[in-house]
Ligand binder design. Structure first.
Ligand code: HEM
Ligand SMILES: *[C@@H]1O[C@H](CO)[C@@H](O)[C@H](O)[C@H]1NC(C)=O
Ligand SMILES: CC(=O)N[C@H]1CO[C@H](CO)[C@@H](O)[C@@H]1O
Length: 346
């Protein structure tokens, strides 16, 4: 009896994953939106005329991809961060070929399937609207939708993403890419690094909450085994697991690894953060109150994460040249031939 129930349940789950008819309609928000506080050139309805169905095209692709492979939500979030932080959200990260950011150490572990998903979405969007939407806007929308799918949707706030970004014509410089904070960073370094991008300590705390999903290689937190920090038994377990299998992937949120929720902060309160950059947030007076507050109040986490992500999403490259809408591929500038773009990736 019990086993036949389980079989039916398994079938229903499978159907929910495979059957698009069961997919949820695109979430929307009825909150009033105010363009006046957005960065230059961005607006919530930027594509209202050029691509009115944009969000209805993006949502079902992301929803079915993430339901099929929940890890893509983490993959997109990290791509978004790594694209935006060095020189602004301009899809410079995606360029392949000479001087590609993807060839630099901090990007060593970006998920190839999440990168490809962005290009797959571009193809569908451009088929419907022509080359009117940048890869940078597609990354922003896809990331927002993926987080929603991975979250507790009944309580998660949906929100509008500012749009109107342009794609870069070249990769970011390697020095800008190496500006991405290291997992071994201390609180001062993290706070300064975020501050230099106009992000407050509370933004650092909330955005680090992205580590409520996703995984890390042992090499990313091996410094934990030299410098005692956090819960000693937990660190011992991390070390033992990495010793027995150095290639294992460690869940960043050990309690609820595939749900986008505030458990990451509850773990931190118990000393169970994976990176030094996570653990130090609990013991600095500029961030400890944020960790405690977001651990105690998931509503605050959801709204703070939204605000901080929307803030990060508005980083724009400085300079005269606003960029372009990549026409042939998110992996290649319009000047690069497709050949060059893809040859480099082979
Ligand atoms: C505060 C400074 C941060 C540091 C030092 C940091 C560092 C790292 C490192 C080292 C990894 C694991 C790489 C690997 O071993 O495979 C990782 C994974 C991840 N990071 Fe961060 N990160 C930071 C902030 C962020 C932010 C702001 C976001 C997004 C808003 C983010 C999202 C993610 C996600 C989702 C993963 C898992 C990726 C996957 O499973 O594919 N991180 N981070
Ligand atoms: C270490 O591995 C064991 C056995 O697979 C697992 O139960 C435990 O959760 C792992 N520890 C951490 C910190 O992930
Ligand atoms: C996803 C991706 O392209 N990763 C690259 C990151 O950089 C290393 C070299 O440092 C490449 O080998 C990876 O392919």
């Amino acid at each position: 009896m019990a086993s036949s129930c389980r079989a039916i349940l398994a079938l229903c789950l499978l159907a929910a994953v495979l059957c698009p008819a069961l997919s949820r309609p695109r979430p929307f928000t009825s909150l009033p939106v105010d363009d006046s506080r957005l960065a230059n050139g961005l607006s919530y309805d930027f594509h209202a005329n050029s691509c009115p169905n944009l969000q209805d095209i993006v949502w079902p692709i992301v929803e079915s991809a993430v339901l099929g492979e929940i890890a893509l939500a983490a993959g997109l979030l990290r791509i978004f961060f790594h694209d935006c932080f060095p020189q602004g959200c301009d899809a410079s990260l995606l360029l392949k070929g000479a001087n590609s950011e993807l060839d630099l150490a901090p990007n060593l572990t970006l998920q190839p399937r999440a990168l490809q998903l962005i290009e797959d979405i571009r193809v569908k969007v451009h088929a419907a609207c022509g080359a009117t939407v940048s890869c940078a806007d597609i990354i922003a929308l896809a990331t927002r939708d993926a987080v929603f799918v991975a979250g507790e949707s009944e309580v998660f706030y949906f929100y509008e993403m500012p749009l109107g970004r342009f794609d870069s014509k070249a990769p970011a410089s390697s020095s800008a890419v190496f500006d991405l904070p290291q997992p071994s960073a201390d609180a001062n370094t993290l706070i300064d690094s975020f501050k230099s991008r106009n992000l407050e300590p509370i933004d650092l705390v909330a955005l680090s909450g992205a580590h409520t999903v996703g995984k890390a290689h042992c090499s990313s937190f091996s410094d934990r085994f030299t410098f005692p920090r956090g819960d000693a038994a937990f660190v011992g377990q991390l070390r033992d697991n990495c010793t027995s299998d150095p290639n294992r992937l460690q869940d960043l949120d050990v309690a609820t690894p595939i749900v986008f929720d505030n458990t990451y902060f509850k773990n931190l309160m118990e000393g169970k953060g994976v990176f030094t950059s996570d653990v130090v947030l609990v013991s600095d007076s500029r961030t400890d109150w944020g960790v405690k507050g977001l651990a105690e109040n998931k509503w605050w986490f959801y709204s703070q994460f939204r605000d901080s992500l929307v803030k990060l999403s508005q980083f724009q490259p400085t300079g005269e040249d606003v960029g372009e809408i990549r026409r042939n591929s998110c992996f290649a500038t319009n000047g690069q031939s497709d050949q060059e773009g893809f040859a480099a990736s082979a």
